[in-house]
Design a binder for this molecule. Structure first.
Ligand SMILES: Nc1ncnc2c1ncn2[C@@H]1O[C@H](COP(=O)(O)OP(=O)(O)O)[C@@H](O)[C@H]1O
Ligand SMILES: [Mg+2]
Length: 246
């Protein structure tokens, strides 16, 4: 347990007085990638939003580095070292790539530190340096996703939550994004990826959790989940609800 950077126990979460997620527990070890998979509407986004103050946490406890952070405010989570890349509206389209990265560095003190941070980011994302003066709105879907991830990295997180980073990307840009995930992990940063692209996300994950109708129906290491047939009856028509097992 001491190796876990993040633990969420028995989470009930939702919006207003509507409970969407019920009794879900997850853990993330230091430097590990986990996948949170499941069909559209199964509560994946709600679950991670409830960790970060974007959805209501009705029940359960959330720990980061062993410290109880249940009910934390979003900006406080960033300060503690938890990054979050939402599924939509995750870049400023009218700002250039460089300006988007600057926006991710607001907590850093001093221009030198920000400059060093940007240099590190461009090392990891050379594609972005090549186009640093382009408005983010002019970029392809894959490049835009890269900007969103790079911006979150500017805050020097120890843990990164990504909400459907592969959504609407074709196979080539999707595999570029997945290779960036591996590079980030190699830098010692833990990552939780919410995805419907089951096989793709499991290919870079250590472990995974399967959410259906707001509850966790299965968890395990990536290899054993990879071997599962997610169209089976016991997944309650997961495939019919739009899960993509390719
Ligand atoms: N802001 C919101 N207010 C109320 N209900 C919401 C909100 N966002 C999502 N929901 C509902 O929560 C359920 C789960 O949504 P979500 O967590 O986005 O699922 P997933 O990310 O797995 O697709 C859906 O029924 C959705 O309609
Ligand atoms: Mg979602």
């Amino acid at each position: 347990m001491t190796d876990n950077i993040f633990v969420a126990e028995n989470i009930d979460a939702g919006y207003g007085d509507a409970t969407i997620v019920q009794g879900v527990s997850i853990r993330i070890a230091e430097g590990e990638i986990i996948g949170i998979i499941g069909p559209n509407g199964s509560g994946k986004s709600t679950l991670i939003k409830s960790f970060l103050g974007f959805a209501r946490l009705f029940k359960g406890r959330v720990f980061f580095h062993g410290k109880d952070i249940s009910g934390i405010a979003p900006n406080r989570a960033v300060d503690l070292g938890i990054g979050y890349v939402p599924q939509i509206d995750n870049v400023f389209p009218n700002l250039t790539i460089a300006e988007n990265l600057d926006m991710g560095a607001y907590h850093r003190k001093g221009g030198a530190s920000i400059k060093a941070g940007i240099a590190e980011i461009y090392e990891m994302f050379p594609e972005l340096e090549a186009r640093k003066s382009s408005p983010a709105g002019n970029l392809s879907g894959g490049e835009r996703q890269m900007v969103a991830i790079a911006r979150a990295m500017m805050a020097q997180p120890k843990l990164l939550f990504l909400d459907e980073p592969l959504a609407s990307l074709s196979p080539k840009p999707a595999s570029v994004i997945l290779s960036k995930m591996k590079a980030i992990k190699e830098n010692g940063i833990a990552i939780a990826i919410v995805e419907q692209n089951v096989k793709r996300v499991l290919s870079v994950s250590n472990r995974g959790y399967v959410l259906v109708n707001g509850t966790c129906v299965m968890e395990g290491d990536a290899d054993s989940l990879f071997a599962e047939d997610f169209s089976e009856q016991r997944f309650l028509g997961l495939e019919g609800k739009g899960i993509n097992s390719n």
